[in-house]
Design a binder for this molecule. Structure first.
Ligand code: NAD
Length: 497
């Protein structure tokens, strides 16, 4: 049955009016609903609701805010299967993968339940005679989150729970491709006891984003999406005086050393390259093999695993890889495979003609593997964001490190080895934000922080963990003295002499 997804402002769903976009079921290829597109008045209303709510919410004690978040965590746990189903329905990934991603979002909520402790300031007694100094972290005001299609629950949960725990209020603009989850999250937060206006959701595309980036009352913007949009969001929001963190695309390499356990490495690489149909910013899209023998042996192990890969509807419990999110994305990924062939890479496994039985109109593509990919090829340089793995053969460890360090992206990377010294040198020298040692997808846990380097991130402060607290607060330092006797007027810089 067709459904409509609208905005959630000041605790209420807003009836759909004006322009809409179609939402698809990626497994069947059918239109399943419509999503509203916010106009200026919707954006103004959402920001105004958040601005009004800020006064009382920022004055609510951190302990009371934490209690709301604790209720929210319990409600998320209760509704985890329902949220996972919403993810699968509009994104296409498998239910178990969707459930795992919601859980990773809940982990952040759990972390921010400790916000009274996270916000504790510092105090220095006697910074001068009878003078003390202390520092506190205070909220910013209305914060905005703009999120991508590939994690419709987890990435919003990286942002707004942390922001509101710190005393801010929030306007979320989710991806127009899978907008339903964000509304359910907002309803559950309301049920948990958050006052109206603390979290608002506006639906839309570029036009809605532009209105938010330029809005006078927005103080900070968190963005996750592709690199060209991240760079645009960063520059636009900065020039309008906002604090910004904008996370972009990726090309994540894993290095396979000659001493690696190749069975384990092949398992890890197949899961990390083809899980979620490669639509993860931490997916492995390049395997860098040290020496030809490693490449040949690795391919020998990847091929049978790919042959056995169950591709189909994400709702089917046996499915291991679902469809891509839209027809346009399916065509884009296929065109990259065409390009790779033209560029001279060796297509070892070709998933272009794959059809899922019973889902012939779905946006599927089979797992694909290129060997002998060269650094100058576009299939190496650009993010494909689909189930396409490239093997780049290099002669030694230093060539692998140089290759990774010269790539424009620096989100995640991994090394498979039994050699502690190689692993340590890799972790120490690689120019990438998140590094795995014998771990293919090293997404930091909620109490550490997530963020890439180079053109995978614009801004300075990573997401969740203590960096999240830093991003969503500003530091104030108070120096105080309770005067008994005035020492008269002083004109020089105060010192200890
Ligand atoms: P996208 O950049 O197309 O869209 C992201 C958000 O920006 C959406 O809400 C969209 O409505 C909005 N948007 C799109 N075009 C815009 C424009 N021209 N101006 C202003 N706003 C615009 O990204 P996507 O396709 O939804 O997501 C996939 C991308 O996200 C991949 O590149 C992936 O690597 C990246 N990603 C990065 C991370 C990370 O943490 N670095 C995590 C997840 C996804």
């Amino acid at each position: 049955m067709s459904y409509q997804v609208s905005h959630f402002i000041h605790g209420q769903l807003i009836p759909v009016t004006g322009k809409t976009l179609e939402i698809y079921n990626p497994a069947t290829g059918e239109v399943s609903g419509q999503v509203a597109l916010a106009d200026q008045s919707i954006i103004d209303n959402a920001v105004a609701a958040a601005k009004t709510a800020f006064t009382a919410w920022s004055g609510t004690t951190p302990l009371r805010r934490a209690r709301v978040l604790f209720n929210f965590k319990m409600l998320l746990e209760k509704h985890i299967d329902e949220l996972a189903q919403l993810v699968t329905k509009e994104h296409g990934k498998t239910l178990s993968d969707a459930r795992g991603s919601v859980q990773r979002g809940i982990d952040v909520v759990e972390f921010v339940c400790g916000v009274p402790n996270l916000l504790k300031g510092s105090y220095s007694e006697d910074v001068a005679t009878e003078m003390d100094s202390y520092s506190v972290r205070q909220p910013l005001g209305v914060c905005v989150g703009i999120t991508p299609f590939n994690f419709p629950a987890m990435i919003p949960l990286w942002m707004f729970p942390m922001a509101i725990a710190c005393g801010n209020t929030f306007v979320l603009k989710p991806s127009e491709k899978d907008p339903s989850c964000s509304i359910r999250l907002a309803q559950l937060l309301k049920e948990a006891g958050a006052p109206d206006g603390v979290l608002n959701v506006v639906q839309g595309d570029k036009a809605a984003v532009d209105m938010l980036l330029k809005h006078h009352d927005v103080k900070a913007v968190s963005f996750v999406g592709s690199t060209p949009v991240a760079e645009y969001v960063y520059n636009t929001a900065i020039s309008h005086g906002k604090r910004v963190q904008a996370f972009g695309g990726a090309k994540n390499h894993c290095v396979v050393m000659p001493d690696a356990d190749l069975e384990q490495a092949a398992d890890a690489i197949v899961g990390a390259a083809y899980g979620s149909a490669g639509e993860r910013c931490m997916a492995i899209s390049v395997a860098v093999t040290i020496g030809d023998k490693v490449a040949d042996e690795l391919i020998k192990r990847i091929k049978p695993r790919v042959d056995k890969l169950v591709v189909g509807s994400g709702k089917d419990k046996t499915t291991e890889m679902g469809p891509l999110v839209t027809k346009a994305h399916q065509e884009k990924v296929k065109s990259y495979i065409d390009l790779g062939v033209k560029e001279g890479a060796e297509l070892v496994i070709d998933g272009r003609d794959f059809k899922a039985k019973g889902f012939e109109k779905g946006f599927f593509i089979g797992a694909s593997l290129f060997d002998k990919v060269k650094p100058e090829m576009r299939i190496y340089k650009e993010e494909i964001f689909g189930p396409v793995l490239s093997i780049v053969r290099v002669p030694d460890f230093n060539s692998a490190l140089k290759l990774i360090n010269e790539h424009e992206f620096g989100n995640g990377t991994a090394i498979f080895t039994g050699d502690g010294n190689a692993a340590r040198t890799f972790a120490n020298k690689v120019q990438v934000g998140m590094v795995g040692v014998n771990i293919p997808i090293p997404v930091p846990v909620a109490y550490h922080s997530f963020g890439g380097w180079k053109r995978s991130m614009f801004g300075d402060i990573h997401m969740h963990g203590m960096e999240g607290v830093q991003f969503y607060t500003k530091l104030k330092t108070i120096t105080q003295k309770w005067l008994k006797d005035s020492k008269g007027t002083e004109f020089s810089m105060p010192t200890h002499h």
